[in-house]
Design a protein around this ligand. Structure first.
Ligand code: 5GP
Ligand code: MG
Ligand code: MG
Length: 184
């Protein structure tokens, strides 16, 4: 069942079942594309934790490692500041590695384009991106995202790792917030 939403969720955009089915497809493509290569999954904290956990367990390919990075582009609110700071860097050395960045959502794409060029500067064999969600606003930015789960409307969403002021990450689905949450 997972946690109760306490009436804070206006509508469920993507159910746990829909997300799982999409991750199955994404993992199958990743398995095929990285056959014979070792793969380093780079999760972007904290939003990507659920995608990382559920996507990585669907990848049957064995030579997979996981690492994490924390960057900051949003404060506690809902707008991108465009300023990216590394809060926690990777443990892994990227030279010669096939890197797949695992993201929760691409909105302005500012964080991601900064991140991808930062990672490319470290001498990896390849850098690709997998994101569960993408908003239409992402089209404005030149980031090639190889694996996209769902294109969603331009609304602020929470759940499945995504927060509003650090809340709602533990919901197993993706939904929109009721207006009273923003005004309280
Ligand atoms: P971008 O730089 O692409 O605008 O956004 C980067 C980060 O902002 C995402 O990884 C995510 O943490 C946060 N973000 C963007 N859109 C949303 C949204 O609709 N809901 C939530 N909870 N976070 C978002
Ligand atoms: Mg993210
Ligand atoms: Mg956030």
């Amino acid at each position: 069942m997972g946690p109760a939403d306490n009436g804070d969720i206006e509508s469920v955009l993507l159910s746990e079942t829909e997300i799982g089915a999409k991750l199955d497809e994404m993992a199958a493509r990743i398995d095929a594309d990285y056959e014979g290569k070792d793969l380093l999954l780079v999760g972007v904290l904290k939003g990507a934790i659920m995608v990382m956990a559920d996507l990585s367990r669907r990848i049957t390919h064995r030579d997979v490692e996981m690492d994490w990075m924390a960057v900051s582009s949003y404060g506690s609110g809902t707008k991108s500041s465009g300023v990216v700071r590394i809060l926690k860097d990777l443990d892994a050395d990227l030279s010669g590695r096939h890197v797949l960045v695992v993201e929760d959502i691409i909105d302005s794409g500012l964080t991601l384009s900064w991140l991808v060029s930062n990672l490319r500067s470290r001498g990896p064999a390849s850098v690709e991106v997998a994101s569960l969600l993408r908003k239409p606003t992402a089209a404005k930015v030149e980031v090639d995202v190889r694996y996209v789960g769902f294109d969603i409307p331009n609304e602020f969403v929470v759940g499945y790792g995504l927060d509003y002021a650090e809340k709602f990450r533990t919901l197993p689905y993706v939904g929109t917030l009721a207006p009273h949450v923003y005004s309280s």
